[in-house]
Design a protein around this ligand. Sequence first.
Ligand code: NAP
Length: 245
Amino acid sequence: MSVSSKVVLVTGGARRIGARIVSRFHGAGYRVVIHCNASMDEARELEYRLNQVRGESAVVISQDLADPEQLSKIVEYAISTFGRLDCLVNNASIFYPTSLSDLDARLINQFMDINLKAPLLLSREAAEAMNKGAIINIVDIYGENPLAGYLLYSVSKAALQMLTRGLALELAPDIRVNGVSPGAILWPEDTAEMSEQEKEELLGDLPMGRLGEPDDIAKAAFFLAEDAGFVTGQVLSVDGGQSVA
Ligand SMILES: NC(=O)c1ccc[n+]([C@@H]2O[C@H](COP(=O)([O-])OP(=O)(O)OC[C@H]3O[C@@H](n4cnc5c(N)ncnc54)[C@H](OP(=O)(O)O)[C@@H]3O)[C@@H](O)[C@H]2O)c1
């Protein structure tokens, strides 16, 4: 099937890595559904830019992924707008430190709802709506080896990794499910912001000695969706060697 008629839905697609994934799929001919939560202005700007390139090729839907009751609206919107769905990229996530002494049921639920439950329920909705297609989960190398001080984040990404493998079995043969595990790509913002010293230390530990680019993740996601027809249940680390160091 020609890429030009295909549709991708990217969660958290308004900015940073998600926006790059949206742009790469769009650049290859996909029509794109940009999901966002708070970043409506950035999402609308991206939608406008992409529609200037190709008319009626990009739309935005805003939805808080913490509310599982509302998740079906996202896939429904993709189908009602473009009439089909070929690829779901579960990119949205929360990332901030959680010390063992401070965590409570509310925090645990928040991480699990956004980083695990939403990808699971969206994948189920998307799979029902697709004939054939691909699901890509954006995991993290810290889902393999935990990041100190980020227990809930690490646990949620480990579970997302298992979800990727388990869903691949559940949804074969028509839907392939794979993951991309980024290493250090963009410095975190807000509550997870790092000091200059922490950044220097981290860079010193990276075999390739530098951060990756958002497009490294976008290219890997696109490869798994389009060019890896016999690959399912795999998680590809894109980390400049960090996970083997
Ligand atoms: N940055 C890195 O170097 C790095 C490293 C390893 C793994 N990763 C993974 O790669 C992916 C993208 O990373 P990133 O740094 O670009 O992510 P990010 O900026 O931290 O978050 C991506 C998006 O998630 C959305 N999101 C958060 N909470 C949400 C909620 N309750 N409902 C709906 N959407 C919500 C936000 O959308 P709005 O802005 O619209 O609210 C946000 O823009 C994530 O899965 C991350 O875990 C990133």
